[in-house]
Design a protein. Structure first.
Lengths: 262, 277
């Protein structure tokens, strides 16, 4: 009984604000001054229009690009750390962990100048590389701990059969590692989807904004369009809610990996 | 190619990316901070430690540092105090409860801040209707606490999950033995489980305090550092100096100072973590 009450309180605190936002998104805009709506409508969603649809597409592109880049670079490096005689592997892992703790503001000014010089400022491609600062360390740690869990005999057997280290990685280890790749991909996708500071700083053209920037800068002509902001929030949250419900176990194990063992 | 150089080749792309987007920019920021550099005037000249001399005497910097430290301390403490009971609850609860609690963590911070801004809204917000006397975002004394509430809502799930992983690592026999010896549930929890949870708690403190110290998103969306700079943290101040004033020299000095604080905080936690209980 007491446990049920506690569970209800926890759910109310964590889900209540989201439920209220969902209700607001269906609330007719002129009725927002009332305590509760008389009727519900999808008008706020219909009013979002093409600019926000662009933001959704932009976020998808950046998150997918970051995920692809970090898995490609991270998987091979993690394999080298876990199974090969790589000099300085501890420094690399420790350095990656330290980098993931960097405050993004510490790198924003030189990255801005570098992206501008390379003609990548205000482009979606110009966001993918900076996003590697938080996404690549995560991938590296998750995949290294996964590869370490696979038996060393597997690598030796592949070598005895005539594989080069590269071939052992591609033909033997990579096909086995899809669960860890999936976990890394989900987490990197979520973190990239949510990033604000770099996107806010490097993107200036409204049609190239990602979702967090679009929502942060969402403004009406005269009053704050709370109904539309709520609708946009729901659209931004829905893919993440789906990922969370479907892959809850994976996300939890990825987030807490290492926390138990260390 | 030898096996060793193949290993190096496999790791090279990751090393190059991390070096290029993280290590080099931090060094470049330190170099920029030694310059007077105003972007729109195309002005850049070496200025030695001028920016740091200005920083030491800059009241706004010290105020932002204080705000950041206060935000970090209060938010992380609240997340730990709330996260522990939530973790205990999750240990018995099913997957659905876990997924529901995980949801705020997955919502983009910018989105959750906008959501709370509507709840805080001084005309029609739900919290304002419930507590009309509280001006959540308009009062300098309360606004920072409103931002802390948003952070607590969003990151307590992460803390709870870390603590849950720690709880699950405690062998059931240990708790069972205490119960057989007649210890009451509260006593089992505080005398046996909590000390065994120490590593998980310290790890949560490490991750969360370093993360809270770089807070930007929630405050930028809620108040942009206002009212009257009451919620201006180091990241917000540095951002405004860089992007609004276009002062890349002093803005970089502020960034470097933020970075130094995070490194110092991290080193302190590592020392605490390294010490055996």
């Amino acid at each position: 009984m007491r446990r049920a009450l506690a569970a209800c309180a926890v759910l109310a605190f964590f889900l209540g604000p989201l439920a209220w936002q969902a209700l607001t998104s269906l609330w007719p805009e002129p009725e927002l001054t009332r305590p509760l709506p008389h009727s519900l409508t999808f008008a706020s969603y219909a009013g979002l229009g093409g600019t926000f649809a662009r933001a959704v597409l932009n976020s998808l592109i950046v998150a997918a690009g970051t995920t692809a880049l970090c898995l490609a670079a991270g998987a091979s490096a993690a394999f080298a750390i876990a199974k090969l005689d790589l000099p300085g592997k501890r420094v690399l892992l420790g350095g990656a962990l330290a980098i993931s703790m960097f405050p993004p503001i510490a790198t924003v000014s030189p990255l801005y100048l570098a992206l501008r010089a390379a003609g990548l400022r205000d482009t979606l491609a110009g966001l993918v590389l900076p996003y590697a600062t938080f996404a690549l360390p995560l991938t590296l740690w998750l995949l290294t701990s996964f590869f370490r869990g696979l038996p060393d005999e597997l690598y030796r057997a592949a070598r005895v059969d005539g594989c080069t280290p590269w071939q052992a990685f591609v033909h033997v280890f990579l096909p086995l590692s899809w669960p860890a790749l999936a976990t890394s991909a989900i987490l990197v996708f979520i973190f990239s989807w949510n990033e604000l500071l770099y996107a806010l700083t490097f993107i200036s053209t409204p049609s190239r904004r990602t979702i967090p920037v679009a929502i942060a800068l969402f403004a009406g002509e005269h009053v704050e369009p709370w109904g539309q902001i709520a609708a946009a929030s729901m659209v931004a949250t829905l893919p993440l809610a789906a990922l969370t419900l479907l892959f809850q176990r994976r996300i939890v194990s990825g987030l807490t990996a290492g926390a138990v063992k260390e | 190619m030898t096996a060793r150089s193949q290993a190096a080749a496999l790791a090279a792309p990751a090393v190059a990316i991390l070096g290029g987007v993280a290590v080099a920019p931090v060094l470049a920021a330190a170099w920029l901070s030694l310059h007077r550099s105003i972007l729109v005037f195309h002005e850049q000249r070496f200025a030695g430690l001028d920016n740091y001399r200005f920083l030491v005497a800059d009241g706004r910097f010290w105020s932002a540092l204080g705000t950041t430290a206060y935000f970090t301390a209060v938010a992380v403490a609240a997340e730990l105090v709330l996260g522990l009971p939530v973790a205990v609850l999750l240990q018995r609860g099913g997957g659905l409860l876990r997924a529901a609690v995980l949801l705020p963590w997955a919502v983009p911070t910018a989105v959750s801040a906008r959501m709370w801004a509507w709840l805080f809204n001084a005309d029609y917000g739900l919290l304002h209707r419930i507590l009309p006397a509280v001006d959540w975002l308009g009062s300098p004394r309360i606004a920072l606490h409103a931002a802390i509430l948003v952070d607590v809502w969003k990151t307590t799930p992460f803390v709870a999950l870390l603590l849950l992983a720690g709880l699950q690592a405690i062998p059931e026999e240990v708790l069972q033995a205490a119960r057989v010896d007649g210890a009451r549930p509260a006593r089992v929890f505080f005398s046996i489980a909590l000390p065994l949870l120490r590593p998980a708690i310290l790890l949560a403190l490490l991750f969360r305090s370093l993360d809270a110290f770089r807070v930007f998103d929630a405050i930028y969306v809620l108040t942009e550092g206002g009212p009257a700079n009451a919620t201006e943290t180091l990241s917000i101040y540095a951002y405004k100096t860089l992007m609004r004033s276009g002062d890349f020299g002093y803005g970089s000095a502020l960034s470097v100072a933020t970075f130094a604080c995070v490194v110092a905080l991290g080193l302190v936690w590592l020392r605490v973590l390294g010490r055996r209980p």
